[in-house]
Design a protein around this ligand. Structure first.
Ligand code: SF4
Length: 270
């Protein structure tokens, strides 16, 4: 029998000293994922997927590509969660195509469909668009938006609908529909624990889309002036602040930074 532990120092029955093989492997993978992420350019525009974020100041930080607090970097586990979300989306697309839907999720050159406005400072990339398929009572084309979510979120979405249970997702598709001139979106929620699928057809709400677009303009104006919009809360113990990756930076200086103190990427000296 081949002894796969030969030379490893591992002895059956004797507790390992130092980190276990599993811990070391995990650390190697997570460090590699963190390095990969660090090497990718930060997003320096306001993303449509974020416009439903309740804190306008956080959106300013994001649009300015301000570095997140050092202790808030995405862990390897979270980076793995992000990647599995993409894999689940690929599977759902395959299943829908198998079921007879003509779902387009990329141009011939492989790039995603989407929109870009305000000189590229407000952008969004859709998961796809279904241009034809079985008769389900809605006309085509219909946008396709996919989220792979944990069981509790999935259950809330099924019970209360996307608008109430996941307002950031709802806002995201409203903006997509507005800029891409499509009247409805097929929202698909995949339960990552059970692989159950839930579907909701979200209708375009022009008033809400206008408000969201105005919000984007307000954020970009503030960022363009090197200013920050108001915080979502009066104290840092607010639940959204405790989860915010800019918490320390945001509350380190109680007063708003002076005009020009934080410059957006396109205004920083090279
Ligand atoms: S810490 Fe709170 S107020 Fe500051 S950016 Fe984050 S969510 Fe907004």
């Amino acid at each position: 029998m081949i002894d796969l532990n030969s030379g490893s120092g591992f002895v059956y029955g004797r507790p390992e000293s130092g980190p276990t093989v599993g811990a070391r492997l995990l650390s190697l993978i997570d460090d590699a994922l963190a390095a990969e992420r660090a090497a990718s350019p930060p997003r320096d525009y306001l993303g449509a997927s974020r416009i439903g974020e309740p804190c306008a100041r956080r959106l300013c930080f994001e649009a300015m590509a301000v570095p997140i607090d050092p202790d808030k970097a995405f862990s390897g586990r979270i980076l793995r969660v992000f990647e599995t979300g993409h894999r689940f989306e690929e599977m759902t697309i395959r299943w829908l195509r198998l079921a007879g839907f003509d779902l387009r999720n990329a141009r011939r050159n492989g790039s995603q469909f989407g929109f870009s406005t305000a000189g590229g400072r407000f952008r969004g990339h859709i998961d796809g668009v279904i241009v034809a398929g079985p008769d389900l009572g809605f006309p085509y084309p219909i946008l396709f938006e996919h989220k792979a979510v944990k069981d509790s979120t999935w259950t809330e979405i099924v019970k209360r609908g996307v608008r109430v249970a996941a307002p950031v997702y709802w806002a995201q598709v409203q903006v997509y529909m507005a800029y891409l001139a499509v009247e409805r979106t097929l929202f698909v929620a995949l339960n990552k624990d059970t692989q159950a699928l839930a579907f909701e057809v979200i209708e375009f709400d022009s008033a809400a889309a206008q408000d969201l677009s105005d919000k984007a303009v307000a954020v970009l104006r503030a960022v363009g002036s090197g200013e920050l919009l108001p915080r979502v809360a009066a104290t840092p113990d607010f639940h959204l602040c405790r989860m915010c990756p800019f918490e320390r930076r945001c509350w380190a200086n109680e007063a708003a930074p002076e005009r020009g103190a934080i410059l957006p990427p396109w205004r920083r000296p090279s």
